[in-house]
Design a protein around this ligand. Structure first.
Ligand code: GAL
Length: 381
């Protein structure tokens, strides 16, 4: 009897001491290590690329592209992971599934990139927007897609996809700008990338080309401002100019009010946040899956004017965004996390994540490389 008592006491004591493996697993998820594998709660590398984060209640939801072993085409859809501390993530499954119906806009094998989700307080719906390319057409369609769900993790119902703001000029185009647009003819520019062509692109050469059919919509993000107005920010005009387009109150359509940002500046991968009344936008140049130098802009109104600043990255490979490309900035009260993707086009599922804190120096954001750090979430409101 006494023997049994001691045995059970020992077993109890042993169960309270974490085994080495268990301890290591706990330590592994106490820090963010950009560029390394990031296992979810099942031990699988997180598969949510070109992603963004929504906080709902006390939970963070990470949405991103599911990537496969050998292709970046969408064979599965948009994944969702949840976490309370931004370190330990649970796989909530496929939030938006690609369709098996031939001819569907989101048919399996389409390109579905950079999904972002925002919550609409009025309708109580979760609204997902993403960059969509129709199956078999490369990057020609240049559309945005919209889906909704009643719960953050989905399932999301696909609503529609299209090009942006057909038949509408940006808000800054008055009589003067429109009379210049009238004079622009694509046939006058046999050669692209000349100074004259650049100037014409800035004045609206490609905007005019796509005026009737709708503006191209590729790399994108969503932003909800303090007044609950939401905006869709996307690479348009052959990726030469970003557009910032206001959303309707239900966050499911454009209102038709939009502005062009950095015309002819060739920006992709927009990520935006607001700090003490200033909007900051981080973007990349356009070199496909290859990393390039991050760009940064600021404005006191989302409608601009936007001012360009030097690259905010500091540290090894800072001139190549540490080997990554921006996707999102997560705001935690007055702290911010810069999120980027290290693409692996030959083994897409193995793409890695860069998450780094944004610091402020002399009033400007700085993104300093850190091998390892912790966001130390203390549930900021
Ligand atoms: C990048 C873009 C990615 C993906 C890729 C395809 O420039 O940011 O989202 O579209 O090109 O080459």
């Amino acid at each position: 009897m006494r023997k049994l008592f001691f045995l059970s006491l020992m077993l109890f004591a042993l169960s309270a001491v974490p085994t080495k493996a268990h301890k290591n697993a706990q330590q592994d998820t106490r820090t963010i290590r950009s560029g390394e594998l990031w296992p979810d709660s099942d031990g699988q590398h997180i598969n949510a690329h070109g992603g963004g984060i929504l906080k709902f209640g006390d939970t963070y939801y990470w949405f991103g592209e599911h990537k496969s072993e050998h292709t970046s085409d969408a064979l599965v859809g948009v994944m969702c992971y949840s976490s309370k501390d931004l370190l330990n993530w649970r796989n909530c499954g496929v939030a938006l599934k690609v369709s098996d119906e031939p001819g569907s806009d989101i048919e399996r094998g389409c390109i579905l990139e950079r999904p972002k989700v925002i919550y609409n307080k009025v309708t109580g719906q979760f609204c997902m927007w993403f960059h969509l390319e129709l199956k078999g057409r490369g990057y020609d369609a240049a559309r945005y897609g919209v889906a909704v769900a009643e719960k953050p993790e989905g399932p999301y119902r696909f609503l529609y996809s299209q090009r942006a703001n057909a038949g509408t000029w940006p808000i800054e185009f008055g009589q003067r700008e429109l009379s210049v647009v009238d004079t622009l003819q694509e046939s006058n520019f046999k050669e692209a990338w000349t100074p004259a062509w650049h100037k014409a692109v800035g004045q609206g050469l490609i905007l005019k080309r796509d005026f009737r059919s709708g503006q191209m919509s590729r790399d994108m993000t969503l932003y909800v401002d303090d007044d609950d107005k939401a905006y869709h920010i996307f690479s348009s005009e052959d990726n030469l100019t970003l557009h910032i387009a206001e959303l309707t109150a239900d966050y499911l359509h454009h209102t038709g009010r939009y502005t062009r940002m950095a015309p002819a500046g060739h920006n992709e991968a927009p990520a935006i946040f607001k700090h003490e009344g200033t909007y900051w936008m981080i973007t990349s140049g356009c070199t496909g899956w290859e990393p390039n130098e991050a760009r940064m802009f600021s404005a006191s109104s989302i409608w601009g004017p936007w001012t360009q600043h030097p690259n905010p990255c500091v540290g090894p490979k800072a001139e190549k965004t540490f080997g990554g490309q921006s996707t999102f900035v997560l705001s935690l009260g007055n702290r911010y996390i810069f999120m980027a993707d290290i693409w692996r086009p030959r083994h897409p599922i193995d793409a890695r994540y860069i998450w780094l804190p944004i610091e402020f120096e002399n009033g400007k954001p700085v993104i300093r490389w850190q091998d390892e750090w912790s966001p130390a979430i203390k549930e900021n409101p």
